[in-house]
Each structure stands twice: as C-alpha cells, then as structure tokens.
Ligand binder design. Structure first.
Ligand code: HEM
Ligand SMILES: [Cu+2]
Length: 551
C-alpha cells in the first residue's frame, strides 16, 4: 500500500470517459475494459447461439447452409469461452483484487494493460475469419477435420487463440503476484477474501496449462501452413496427440472458467445471508484441490478415442474425485445460507440459481465421467446439455450475481431491483427450457454439431429453441437496467450491502488511488452477525472504524 504517496491534489483527479478507450494502467479501468469488451462478445456469441437454435427448430437445414451452420456454432463456442467467460473472470479479478487486499494497483500495471489490449485484436481476428471462410471444425479444432475445412479461417482461429491465451497468461502472472505480494500488512493468506483464493487457484491453472495449448496450436499451424505432419494421419501424424495436448489445456480451462465464479458466489452468499461463511478453509483449499485434480483428468474427453481400458479407469476415478472438493463448496454455501437472513435481491437470486443449475451440471458431469455411460452419450446432445448447465447455469449465473453485487461499487449508481429480478426469472426459465430437453435428445441419440436431424427429435428441439428465445429476451431487462441505472440511477452508497471486505471501505466508485485513507482490517472478511456494532449509516470509513473501536 502506498497511501503515503497520495498527495492532496491527486485526490481531486477525475476519471474521464476517454480513459476507458486508451492504454490505461489503473486496474479499475482495466477491469471495466475487460467487462465491457467481454459483454460485447457475449452479445455476438449469443446472437450466434440464436442462429444455431433457429436452425435446429426444424429438422431440415433450411435457415442457414450446413457450412454456415458449422461456422456459426464453431464461433459461438469459441467466443463464449475465450472472449466472454474467461475475460469476464479476469474483469472481476482486475477490478476487485487490489481493492480486496487493500492496495492501490496490481503488481504489474503495464503488463495488465498489455494483457487487456490483446483481447480486442484477438476478437476482431476471430470474427474476420468470416471474410476468408470461418473455421468449421468446432471449438476443439480436431485434426484431421481442421486441416481439411479451409486453410485461412482455421489459421485466423489459431492466431486469435494464441493472442487470447497469451493475454490470459499475462493476467495470471499479475493476479498471482498481486495476491501473494501486495496484501496490506496484517492480512495473511487466511484472512483474505475467498475470491482471492479462487483467483490464486485459477492463476496456477492458467500458468500450468495455457502454454500447452499454445504448443498444440503452433504445431497445428505448421501442419496447416507448412505441410508438416505432426497431427495429419495422411502423412503419418497422430491426431490423438493433438487431443491430448488440447485437453491438457482445455479440461483445466473449464475450471479457469468456473473457479473465479465460485469465488464470486463465496463473496455474495455470506453478505446477503448475513452469516459468516461456513468452512472458510474448506472453501479455500478445495479451490486448490480442484486445480490439482483438474490437471490430471484431461483424458476423460478421450474415452472414445481408443484410450486403453486401464487408462480409462484412471481417468474415470480421478474425474469422479473432483466431485469431492466441489461438493465441499456446495455444502459450505448451503450451510452458509442455512438459518441466515436471506435477502432475495438480484445478486442472491443469481447465486441461488447458480447453485441449483450447477448442481445439475455437476451430477450429469459425474454421469459422463463414467466410461460405460460416456461411450453411449459421447458427441450427443447430452453433452451439450451437460456443459451448458455448468457454463451457463454455473459460470454465467454467478457472473451476473457478481455483476449486480458490485454494480453500485463499480459505477457509483444503484441498479433497478425489479429489472434485475425480471432478468433473473427470464434467464432461469429460459436456461432450463433450453438445456434440459437436450439431455433427453442426447439419450435418444441426437448427435451434436449437425444442422439436420431426424423428425422424431423435433418436439424437444422446439422446446429448446423456445428457451433460447426466452434467454434472448432476458437480455432486454439487463441492458435496459444498465443503461437506465447509469443515467438515471440514484447515487450508490459506499457500502450498500453492509459488507465487510475492504472494497466497501472506499467510495462508490472508488477514487483513482483506491482508498482515501489506509483501509483497516477491522474484522475477518465474513464476520457477520455482529451487525449491532456496525452502523452502516456512518459517513466515512474512519467514523465507521471509530464506531467499532478500531481507531
Ligand atoms: C442463449 C444461450 C445459449 C444457447 C441457446 C446455446 C446453444 C448451443 C447449441 C445448440 C450448441 C450446439 C451446437 C452444435 O453442436 O451443433 C452449442 C454449443 C456450444 N456452446 Fe452454447 N449456447 C448458449 C450459451 C453458451 C454459453 C454461455 C457458453 C459458454 C460460456 C456456451 C458454450 C458453447 C460451446 C463451447 C459449444 C460447443 C461448440 C462446438 O462444439 O464447437 N454456450 N451452444
Ligand atoms: Cu474435462
């Protein structure tokens, strides 16, 4: 903390709109840049999802051509993962970590800005692949298909992912260093907010696995452009080696996509239940356990790729083990809510929605971890149903929970509670309507990644498409809420939720230097139930702290 460097006049520095469009090193600006950029891609990726579902409303490939269908679902998956969920996690990490640990910026502010500025070119590169024939081989880009369906689109995809992966690595270095080195004095690892633990675990995963993806992509690029045969079977290469390298990154990547949001839920639930978090250490260490286990289970994506039986046993067992630390978290969140004074506002509704949908995704996850079952449902809509429950029902709902929770802090404005709740209801209904029927479709044998299907699958597909339209509609109250609140919302308090983590000790939005005066650790991050000592009507932090006898 360099609060002694805060001089009188810097107090009056104002944030300008242009700062958000330039190379700025303030972690709060970068956090907002990440958030806004990722949401722009969410709308694009979402529009692509609607095209996919519109095509699938009828059995014939009549809405878009089969080639375009392939391109659209490939870009839908790629965008949702690499340009929405992952950068949105980084958005919260950037914005919150320095505030939560009571410091004024990230460890490497310039590196931070560089990491962000790789994302827009990465996204533009990906979208411009439509000009040269977008990739058609799915977000996994398995060879030999990826070597056969159009050279330049595939190469654009590879280059884009290399940029986005590099950005992610730079971010991970920054998060880990900041958490380990920049905490205010008195804050040891065991008194920092659980979101920081989650980001520590995420960063470890990013650093260990992303370089492997880069390696795989570079080799794929050689096969594609230089005629080498690392993965090309027609030249003696081995496509299964690509699958190993790809999933060595991409399985951990599913935890890179969900751990930050586990962290967000761990912040939201205790505040809005007014209860201390149940099992702080269990939640913190289970993040680390998930990281470790996540690194040794990749071949469960290859149960049908000729993996020998004894090896499948190993990957089946380790995969199922992940249910243990994950279950610990879920039970801890439930125990935290148990008997609490739960307020069903937007952040809490999204967190509860997260819990229930993630539970379904987790259960189908244990199902597909089982080799005999997976052999039957591999590459069917059961899988599509499963991972959307995890990614949309898990990551995305928790993302929205965090969005509403920190909206007053980030913008200084209160959002409209009714619109937030409407957003939740439409999303939650749409989500279940879209993805629940997919499980049954998969069990009935409907393949994924096809524009044409058998007439018997139509009724359930229609339901699913109706759900997708409901979700499209759900973004309206969301967008209106954000716009309305920014322009017409009332000024937010410093600490509207009476939360105890440090980011709430500064103004909403925080001043450029983060804290007017050095923040004070006057309790653990989740010591709720001592409300009577905490008068949230107080004007300033020092009053507040004086009130509880700290100063
Ligand atoms: C309105 C919401 C959404 C709908 C209606 C939707 C629909 C679909 C459908 C129908 C497919 C299968 C395409 C096919 O196999 O032919 C698909 C694939 C996929 N979706 Fe979504 N999705 C939505 C949101 C999301 C989100 C939020 C994520 C991630 C954060 C995501 C990630 C993926 C991925 C990774 C694939 C696989 C693409 C591939 O195989 O290349 N989707 N989506
Ligand atoms: Cu996996």
């Amino acid at each position: 903390m360099s609060s002694n460097s805060i001089s009188e006049n810097t107090h009056h520095k104002e944030r300008k709109l242009i700062d958000y469009f330039t190379f700025n090193t303030d972690h709060k600006v970068i956090g907002i840049q990440y958030l806004v950029t990722s949401f722009l891609f969410y709308f694009i990726g979402g529009a692509f999802a609607e095209v996919v579902r519109t095509e699938l409303a009828t059995p014939d490939p009549d809405f878009v051509s089969p080639e375009l269908y392939n391109q659209i679902f490939t870009l839908h998956g790629t965008i949702m993962i690499f340009l929405w969920i992952v950068p949105a996690g980084a958005a919260f990490a950037n914005y919150l970590i320095p505030l939560m640990i009571g410091t004024d910026d990230m460890a490497f502010p310039r590196l931070n800005a560089i990491a962000f500025w790789m994302i827009p070119p990465g996204g533009i590169l990906l979208l411009s692949s439509f000009l040269v024939g977008a990739p058609q081989s799915g977000w996994t880009s398995y060879p030999p298909l990826s070597l056969m369906t159009g050279k330049w689109g595939e190469e654009f995809w590879i280059l884009s992912l290399l940029l986005l992966g590099t950005s992610s690595i730079l971010g991970g270095i920054n998060f880990a260093t900041t958490i380990l080195k920049m905490r205010m004095k008195d804050m040891d690892l065991h008194s920092m907010p659980l979101f920081c633990w989650a980001m520590l675990a995420t960063s470890a995963l990013i650093l260990l696995s992303t370089p492997v993806l880069a390696g795989a992509l570079i080799l794929l690029s050689f096969d594609l452009m230089a005629g080498t045969n690392f993965f090309n079977p027609s030249g003696g290469g081995d496509p299964v080696v690509y699958q190993h390298l790809f999933w060595f990154y991409s399985h951990p990547a599913v935890y890179i996509m969900i751990l930050p949001f586990f962290g967000i839920v761990s912040e939201v639930i205790p505040v809005h239940s007014r209860k201390p978090i149940f099992g702080y250490r269990a939640i913190a260490y289970s993040s680390l356990a998930i990281s470790f286990l996540g690194l040794i289970v990749w071949a469960h994506h290859m149960f049908t790729s000729g993996t020998p039986g004894w090896l499948r046993m190993f990957f089946m067992a380790t995969t199922m083990l992940i249910a243990v630390p994950t279950g610990i978290k879920v039970f801890s969140w439930c125990a935290t809510m148990w008997g609490g004074k739960i307020e069903l506002n937007s952040p809490m509704l999204f967190s509860i929605g997260f819990l229930s949908s993630f539970l379904i995704g987790g259960i189908t996850g244990v199902m597909v971890a089982s080799v005999p079952f997976d052999i039957h449902v591999h590459d069917t809509y059961f899988i599509v149903g499963h991972f959307h429950y995890v990614l949309f029902g898990g990551s995305a709902l928790a993302l929205f929970s965090g969005f509403y929770h920190w909206f007053p802090k980030m913008t200084g404005k209160n959002y409209h509670e009714g619109l937030g709740q409407l957003h939740f209801i439409l999303t939650f209904v749409g989500l279940n309507l879209t993805f629940m029927p997919m499980h049954q479709l998969g069990l009935m044998g409907m393949n994924r990644r096809i524009a044409l299907y058998d007439i018997e699958f139509q009724p359930l597909n229609l339901l699913s498409t109706a759900g997708a339209y409901t979700m499209a509609i759900s973004t309206l109250p969301f967008v209106i809420n954000v716009a309305w609140s920014l322009f017409k919302g009332t000024q937010a308090e410093r600490n509207p939720w009476r939360a105890l983590t440090l980011e709430w000790q500064t103004a909403s939005p925080p001043i450029i230097e983060n804290f007017e005066e050095e923040p004070v650790l006057w309790s653990g991050p989740y010591d709720y139930g001592i409300d009577e000592e905490y008068d949230y009507e107080q004007e300033t932090v020092s009053d507040m702290l004086a009130d509880v006898g700290v100063k």
